[in-house]
Design a protein around this ligand. Structure first.
Ligand code: PGA
Length: 251
């Protein structure tokens, strides 16, 4: 059984005006043939940049994704975007269930699952995020929490080519703190078991990313952990040097 090809995905969150596209172009320049064969790269910009970035990505080998989608294909949902719109703008994936969406917009596992299915409907890969809070970790509830989020958020029908799971401890996002390699290994093994129990070989091949304060300086150690098939990167994905520095963990 071969290990899945790793994916390093950048989530720009609510950052980036048009001028930030020059950083994206620099990422494309640094993503040479050797790196391309070792690791997939993706940037999920704010929706305002998605179309332009997708056009500029042609030929670079870097793919683009959305940061969220509505579960419906169209309709009276002011301010929302459908997965079909993201696809139309050039995206090949969509992040669903990021902890900032879960916290700021009250998204439940059921909502996240519906959004993942919406992504598939539009031909997108769903990047389904899960993660425990600091209080849950302190209470020793991490594995239960992650288990129930994976069970509730990953839809039936998930395959290795349409679904990526991202483990992002809430307390590690944007804080500069990361779990130990041992803790990451424990959670990723737990997710892998749940995915293989449910999806068999597809679950064994599904990529499980680690996210939360991944930087060039810690990427090698985190990416070497068993069952870590890449990274979901926030702050350090805004600058080409940092993002490529993380990708270089696979170089
Ligand atoms: P961070 O964000 O890398 O800035 O910690 C990670 C994320 O939220 O995906």
């Amino acid at each position: 059984m071969t290990a899945p090809k790793p994916l390093v995905a950048g989530n720009w969150k609510m950052n980036g005006l048009k001028e930030a596209l020059s950083e994206f172009q620099a990422m494309g320049k640094g993503y040479g043939a050797e790196l391309q064969s070792a690791v997939d790269l993706m940037i999920c910009p704010p929706a305002t940049l998605l179309y332009t970035m997708s056009v500029s990505a042609v030929g670079s080998g870097i793919t683009t994704g959305g940061q969220d989608c509505h579960q419906n294909a169209s309709g009276a949902h002011t301010g929302d975007l459908s997965a079909e719109m993201l696809s139309d703008a050039g995206a090949s994936a969509v992040i669903v269930g990021h902890s900032e969406r879960r916290a700021d917009h009250g998204e439940s596992d059921g909502t996240v699952k519906a959004k993942a299915e919406a992504g598939w409907r539009a031909g997108l890969i769903a990047i389904v995020c899960v993660g425990e809070t600091e209080a849950e970790r302190d209470q020793g509830a991490t594995l239960d929490r992650i288990g129930s989020q994976v069970a509730g958020s990953v839809p039936d029908g998930a395959r290795a080519d349409n679904t990526v799971v991202a483990y992002e401890p809430v307390w590690a996002i944007g804080t500069g703190r990361t779990p130990s390699a041992v803790d990451v290994a424990e959670v990723h093994a737990h997710i892998r078991k749940e995915l293989t129990d449910r999806f068999g070989e597809e679950g064994a091949q599904m990529r499980i990313l680690y996210g939360g304060s991944v930087k060039p300086g810690n990427a090698k150690e985190l990416m070497a952990v068993e069952n870590v098939d890449g990274a979901l990167v926030g702050g350090a994905s805004l600058k080409a040097a940092d993002f490529l520095g993380i990708a270089a963990a696979y170089g």
